[in-house]
Design a protein around this ligand. Structure first.
Ligand code: NAP
Length: 330
């Protein structure tokens, strides 16, 4: 066969000899079988297997892997890995564990995930906007008292991060009538969103924000970003929602701002240590709502379809999906 015919069209002939496509997860991960089933259903022509089913020859042949908090030793056992597809959107742990490797890392970008996060942002913004923490407390005290109503149009929501999730959240908040501000590393131009970037832009946004929603990736630049100094830039009575990663917020600084009632309430889905240890102050603080990292769970079926599309383009056309930028670390 002439060389010119071998790239795309020879695929059908090569397919029987394709290496298996392993799903690598943390040892003891309870959802491995469910992931393998969802991925296999989305890719009937591939052989999806857990790492334990790979023979030494398979390990050497593997060029692509699908991962969910993989064991670094299992990744290292596949020396010819070209790229891997995470089924999570946040890949800070993978990047840290793979610092010395050249393997191309692809994270999950799934409109279904963005819609789930946008729904969570709207739900918890409304929870704060309609004073639900206060009414819960009043009920405990059997106190009958209505709070002053403020229209959505009078409550500014500041989004930290205007990526796949931030942009979807901005749209659902706008539809609900909230004015939306957003901050990103590079300057964005989103219809109807007051966009900011840079240090001065962050200060300008914080000064106007009533509810701050964190949807940033965890990187060296965002670790500890929400500290005492930046919390103090928020107007008195503002609230915080952290749906991104725990270490972006300095937990002790947050506690101080809540104790001083400078911040009214914090809805926290993510923590420096997860699961949140039983003796953590957040569990019992009256101005904190604790969520168990549940704001936007990956949908296995839709994620499997996204992964399948990326694998197909690679197998058939040799195309690598857009990956994480190792310099920016997201
Ligand atoms: P993304 O598409 O990469 O967007 C990240 C956004 O953050 C971009 O707008 C980016 O700016 C901005 N950014 C990054 N570094 C910055 C910096 N130093 N200063 C200012 N802005 C910065 O990510 P995504 O898909 O929206 O996901 C965001 C994060 O959500 C994930 O990394 C993950 O940690 C978290 N997450 C949490 C859950 C949960 O259940 N709690 C679920 C899924 C994801 P540019 O636009 O200029 O690049």
């Amino acid at each position: 066969m002439p060389n010119s015919a071998v790239s795309t069209n020879a695929f059908a002939d090569l397919r029987p000899s394709l290496p298996p496509l392993p799903f690598l997860a943390a040892p003891g991960y309870a959802a491995t079988d469910a992931w393998v089933a969802a991925l296999q259903a989305a890719m009937p022509d591939e052989r999806i297997v857990p790492f334990s089913a790979l023979s030494p020859a398979d390990q050497a042949a593997v060029t692509v892997a699908i991962v969910a908090n993989p064991d670094p030793a299992e990744l290292a056992a596949c020396p010819n890995l070209v790229w891997l597809h995470s089924v999570w959107a946040g890949v800070e742990r993978l990047l840290a564990e793979m610092q010395d490797s050249q393997v191309h890392i692809v994270r999950l970008i799934d409109p279904r995930l963005a819609a789930t996060m946008a729904e969570a942002v709207l739900a918890w913004v409304l929870y704060l906007h309609r004073d639900m923490p206060r009414y819960l407390q009043q009920q405990k005290e059997q106190r009958w008292q209505s709070q002053v109503y403020r229209r959505a149009a009078q409550r500014k929501i500041g989004l930290l991060g205007l990526g796949a999730l931030g942009e979807a959240a901005a749209r659902s908040l706008q539809q609900a009538g909230f004015p939306v501000l957003g901050w990103s590393r590079t300057q964005k131009h989103l219809d109807g969103v007051d966009c900011y970037s840079g240090e001065a832009g962050l200060a300008a946004m914080l000064a106007q924000t009533d509810i701050l929603v964190c949807l940033l990736p965890l990187t060296a630049a965002t670790t500890g970003l929400i500290n005492a100094q930046r919390l103090a830039m928020l107007p008195a009575g503002a609230s915080l929602i952290n749906f991104a990663r725990g270490p972006i917020v300095v937990e002790q600084d947050l506690r101080t701002a809540l104790d001083a009632t400078h911040l009214q309430h914090a809805v926290l889905d993510v923590f420096a240590v997860e699961p949140l240890p039983p003796d953590s102050w957040q569990w019992t603080h009256p101005a904190v709502t604790v969520l168990p990292h549940c704001s936007a769970p990956t949908d296995k079926e839709s994620a499997a379809q996204i992964v399948a599309g990326n694998v197909k383009r690679y197998r058939e056309q040799g195309l690598l999906p857009a990956g994480v930028n190792r310099q920016q670390a997201y």
